[in-house]
Design a protein around this ligand. Structure first.
Ligand SMILES: *Cc1c(COP(=O)(O)O)cnc(C)c1O
Length: 458
């Protein structure tokens, strides 16, 4: 029988009430719990884990993504009817607005986040024989762009608590061949830019920030992508701001903006480039954004700030609730991270606190409870595509067999290996909901915790 339970009954039914009340800030938590409406639960029927045939805690009405609007339709039709399909008005307008939104001087829109990163490295002259420093806990594109320039990726291990590049391990990875450092703001959590930039400046190495998952994220009150030499964004379908495909480069340096523009535009310079000439010769390609993407992004930017605030509020509340459950460790933010974009809600799972229940079975149990949770990345430094590329003839020719043979040993990331076994994700759309739904997620985790031994045996 489904009925409206009291908040207390609800929390007790999943074993969260005692824990919640024992926390030091129980006053503020209690106040927060009182604010939200009591959730719909059937206490007796939800008692049994859903994976073992019980009733799920969550009703599973999570929002979809992307969210097309009437304004998107109008924007796209206008471009279509005006036959204005090539970079002319919407793309430059988007570049201007996106630069302003991120407190950056210049923005160059590209066809994807991958081509934004590729263009940044190309503009900085990265090529065969160079080394580029990357973290191992990221999407493959952070590394494929290094390979496309025939540069050698060098991995710096993760800080398991933050899921980000461990800044303490960066300097040891620098050699005289290091041509760029790519910190990644994974999940929207911001890498320690103070320490990374200090090391980069000391060795005079440019920093290309991968902010593909970090729209509106901030480091010390300023857009995460506005720090370093360039900051790269993706507008691929899954991202917090999207147009199906698309990307952008931010920079505060005019010379870098000019070089990126020409690289992405078949040698042709920025219209207002101080360079004077129409062309900037060198390696280049066509990585332009179309007017359709530009117009869609301008339209999709409406509500971006409100959605970011909603994610932040719900994530903060979820973190408070999840911290009460032993063995669940939400990703730590560095002190300078003044805003996390929460493209992903990331936490580590410790099976020893769950009667040995494996991470994968925990995730299956959580999905059965109606929470769309997934395992995160697997170790990128051990990925087959990467090892295949490094063993290919051009790589062996440039770096020599010995360097290639030694590469796996030199690029071990033991902390990241552990992180990849513990990591769990919720997509950002889960945060575009309500406090009540955050309570349901926490309740589902608490329920699994309570029945962990039973689940582990089944
Ligand atoms: C999405 C993503 C990219 C690549 O962006 P695309 O637009 O898909 O090419 C690069 N790095 C990270 C961390 C990403 O999440």
């Amino acid at each position: 029988m489904v009925r409206r339970a009291t908040r207390r009954q609800f929390l007790e039914s999943v074993g969260l009430a005692g824990a919640a009340l024992s926390m030091s800030e129980s006053g503020s938590l209690a106040a927060m719990l009182q604010e939200a409406k009591p959730p719909l639960v059937a206490t007796a029927e939800t008692e049994k884990p859903a994976l073992l045939g019980g009733k799920p805690v969550c009703r599973g009405n999570w929002p979809g993504w992307p969210r097309p609007s009437k304004s998107d339709e109008e924007a796209l039709l206008e471009v279509l009817r005006a036959a204005r399909w090539y970079r002319s008005r919407s793309v430059p307008e988007f570049e201007e607005k996106y630069a302003a939104l991120n407190q950056a001087k210049y923005c160059i829109a590209t066809s994807s986040g991958t081509t934004a990163l590729y263009t940044s490295l190309g503009a900085l002259g990265v090529g065969p024989g160079d080394e580029v420093i990357v973290p191992p806990y990221t999407f493959m594109a952070t590394v494929t762009v290094v390979l496309l320039h025939y540069a050698l990726p060098v991995f710096v291990d993760s800080d398991r608590e933050s899921f980000l590049m461990d800044p303490a391990k960066l300097e040891a990875a620098i050699t005289e061949r290091t041509k760029a450092i790519i910190p990644v703001h994974i999940g929207g959590n911001v890498a320690d830019m103070d320490r990374i930039l200090a090391v980069a400046e000391k060795h005079n190495i440019p920093v290309v920030g991968d902010a593909c998952q970090a729209h509106l994220a901030q480091w010390r009150g300023r857009s995460a992508g506005s720090w370093g030499t360039t900051g790269c964004y993706s507008f691929q379908l899954s991202k917090n701001l999207c147009s199906g495909e698309g990307g952008a480069i931010l920079t505060n340096e005019e010379a870098v903006a000019d070089a990126c523009f020409a690289f992405h535009n078949c040698c042709r310079n920025r219209p207002h480039s101080r360079n004077g000439s129409k062309y900037r010769f060198g390696r280049n390609g066509n990585f332009r954004m179309t007017e359709f993407q530009g117009a869609l992004l301008l339209s999709q930017m409406q509500g971006l700030e409100e959605r970011a605030q909603l994610r932040s509020e719900n994530a903060a509340y979820l973190t408070k609730l999840l911290r009460q459950i032993p063995g669940i460790h939400p990703a730590k933010e560095y002190e300078g991270c003044t805003r996390n974009a929460y493209h992903l809600y990331m936490f580590r799972y410790d099976p020893s606190q769950f009667a040995g229940l494996s991470r994968d079975k925990f995730l299956r149990a959580l999905r059965a409870e109606g929470v769309p949770a997934s395992a995160g990345y697997s170790p990128l430094n051990k990925a087959d595509f990467l090892l295949d590329a490094l063993r290919s003839q051009p790589y062996v020719r440039v770096y020599g067999q010995k360097t290639i043979d030694q590469w796996p040993e030199r690029n071990q990331c033991p902390e990241n290996d552990k992180l990849c076994e513990e990591g769990c994700w919720l997509m950002h759309t889960v945060l575009l909901t309500s406090k009540e739904q955050m309570e349901q997620i926490a309740a589902a985790v608490a329920k699994i915790h309570k029945h962990a031994a039973e689940l582990a045996k089944a």
